[in-house]
Design a protein around this ligand. Sequence first.
Ligand code: 4AZ
Length: 492
Amino acid sequence: MALNSGLPPGVGPYYENHGYQPESLYPPQPAVAARAFSVYPAHYYPPAVPHYTPRVLTSTSTPAIRTQPKSPSGTPCTSKTKKALCISAALVTVLAGAVVAAVLLWKFTENKCTVSGMECGSSGTCVSASHWCDGILHCPRGEDENQCVRLYGPNFILQVYSFQRKSWHPVCLDDWTESYGRAACQDMGYRNSFYSSQGIADDSGATSFMKLNISAGHTDLYKKLYHSDVCSSKNVVSLRCIECGVNRRMGRQSRIVGGTSAAPGDWPWQVSLQVQGVHVCGGSIITPEWIVTAAHCVEEPLNNPRYWTAFAGILRQYLMTYEHGYRVEKVISHPNYDSKTKNNDIALMKLQTPLTFNDKVKPVCLPNPGLRLEPKQPCWISGWGATYEKGKTSDELNAVMVPLIDPVQCNSRYVYNNLITPTMICAGYLQGTMDSCQGDSGGPLVTLKSSVWWLIGDTSWGSGCAKANRPGVYGNVTVFTDWIHRQMRANS
Ligand code: 4AZ
């Protein structure tokens, strides 16, 4: 956490920004799940549909082949030379045709899922579209049952993906019971965690719901759900899998000012991640077992969980002694993390033993898709990072308020000149006043919305600390919420 050092603006790390183009791989956005964020344009957000990649032939454009080349005189193949020309042209045509046919044949056999359904990841196994999200695992790695359920918006509306309609639909409260809520939480990777399941008036304007067919007997939740345009209770399910995003500052927001040392329970999700007793990075608690941090914190050889110990609920570094540490069982770095560009700079740590939550140790909420953030949404960063550029880590936990910065402005020539990809989010002050700094990496960028604290970013990079036109850059956690749930589920 740094104050302005007064140094001249530094030159950002040079790299080629290859941008972010996965959206074109996914089916179109469902109407009910229209991206409502105002921080980034809609295409900045992850696909609103599950992450399978249907293999569809897209490059079937064939060169126009002239089957009857015209002779210069306009009368075909009369003289000897013309005959020779005609024969060569015919040969070329036949050859070109053979090449095109071979390419088409190769594409057709390679993309066998185009005829028999959709591919499970890149395994080559094809599964019929009707089997996706039907509650039965068909893919070797379970991709067909991944991400069939999500929580949407600030009110945690439970939505289920319909493969028939290719869109997300809220679940009608009619006949809903808590045990279904528990099942949905398990599906999102919350092993034994369930907080609440209640009905709320649907304000999304949805015209189509998923409803329970209670006569379907003892079968999977998704098999019991069917489409309905009526929802008698006029209420939809709001599901919370964990009590998250509460801190002791809730009742006294106005007292938060930037750049101060934190009090116990202010940022209860903040952890210090240490290697051999030395603070290296920050992290955020999301469940008793899972910590979100930055991928650049766990680059080789630090991707080995044995190196790491996590400290929670302790504000001063000197009090973080061996016996209070939590050993790490697993380190999972985002598979598309790019160490040069810092694209997809997010990682997860699974603890060997779960944390016990109390006033000082609590989880933050993962951002649901559909959270509307203001362009300059006030956010808070916290950490034990340096208090000035090139300084040493702080003994005390510090926190400061930083507003979000419009990504277009952050990408301008005067700021980061197109180094900001959609997996990044900028926050801070262009005049350079307060900022994250070395040692804050991996730690939280949180915002309060609808009385809940959400993990909007993980501290990633910046050119120096608190310099003018060089704000802090954070991993855009909203685009990773699905990935995080999938990892939790696969490693529970
Ligand atoms: C770091 O090295 C670091 N000013 C974190 C944040 C920023 C710069 C450096 C942003 O951990």
